[in-house]
Design a protein around this ligand. Structure first.
Ligand code: FES
Length: 163
């Protein structure tokens, strides 16, 4: 909910920045992916308001833009927490207990994947292979990779960033 509220109330200077992106990249429907990547790079996520503005500029429906944004895993529709914890959910990690680990970590944080803790400290995301398959289960915290994860080790890492 926190992320949703923020996502629908962008900073006042959002519109000029969004307009600059649209002007720089173009207004053709083929420009959609480049625009979405640029908006996410600029704001950290793609708000409903941005989706509507992009749709209008490209002569698409808001539903069409929303469909593309939500189809691709890397696009975010809400701002991330201060720290981003990603757990690998791909096969090698699954075979080494990634599903159980994910359930324990989600329960300990009190959130699901794609959600942020109430204090805004940690966003939990899933990722599909970090190239650490031989050291599964793997994940990363703020981009630093960790291998052979256990729920205890993840709790320690999450506790450190929240301290
Ligand atoms: S499957 Fe998890 S790191 Fe490759």
């Amino acid at each position: 909910m926190r992320g949703f509220l923020l996502a629908t109330t962008p900073a006042p200077d959002t519109e000029p920045r969004l307009s600059a992106i649209l002007t720089a990249i173009g207004d053709q429907q083929a420009d959609l992916m480049n625009i979405l990547h640029a908006v996410q790079a600029e704001f950290g996520f793609i708000s409903e308001k941005s989706m509507r503005a992009i749709a209008k500029a490209l002569n698409l429906t808001a539903a069409e833009v929303h469909g593309v944004v939500t189809f691709y895993h890397d696009f975010k529709t809400a701002p991330s927490g201060t720290h981003v914890l990603r757990l690998c959910r791909a096969e090698a990690c699954k075979s080494m207990g990634a599903d159980h680990l994910a359930a324990e970590v989600a329960s300990a944080l009190g959130i699901g994947f794609g959600e942020t803790t109430a204090d805004g400290a940690v966003t939990l995301e899933e990722v599909f292979c970090l190239g650490l398959c031989a050291l599964a289960p793997a994940g990363d915290l703020d981009g630093k990779q960790y291998a052979r994860l256990s729920s205890e080790r993840v709790a320690l890492l999450a506790g450190k960033v929240r301290a």
